[in-house]
Design a protein around this ligand. Sequence first.
Ligand code: 4NP
Length: 151
Amino acid sequence: MVCLGNICRSPMAEGIMRSKIEKYKLQAEVDSCGTAAYHVGEQPDRRAMAKLQEHGMDISDLSGRQFEQNDFDRFDMIYVMDSQNYRNVLRLVRNENDRQKVSMIMNEVYPNGQIDVADPYFGGAGGFNDTYQMLDKATEKIAKKILKTND
Ligand code: 4NP
């Protein structure tokens, strides 16, 4: 799960996906990072933590890190939150295999829709609710997909 700062959207996506991995008993692991380094080592934004806490999920253990090329080797799928981060990650691909791992996360819900999970950082608390709802839908699709491949 990849966003810009790794303190709002992608740690929320990681937390929600983590709970679905548990719920559906998936053989999978999830991690998150940002394409920028501004918030490396920081805990998620308190508004992101509060929104997940409302849904019984704790992401206070997460810590910001920056995307690195090695992530193409560590992960089968790389879900980016918006077109800016899509471009940032594509700049780092080494080959076609890397490129094929990268996709916009909302395309799981709206195929080829190219819909951004908007950056909630500079907005009000309502933005974090929108982020939660979008990521809940997308991670549900991803979980169902993994459930099929785990069968
Ligand atoms: P995120 O949100 O990419 O969802 O973690 C942001 C957090 C911080 C900044 C930008 C986006 N920032 O510019 O510091």
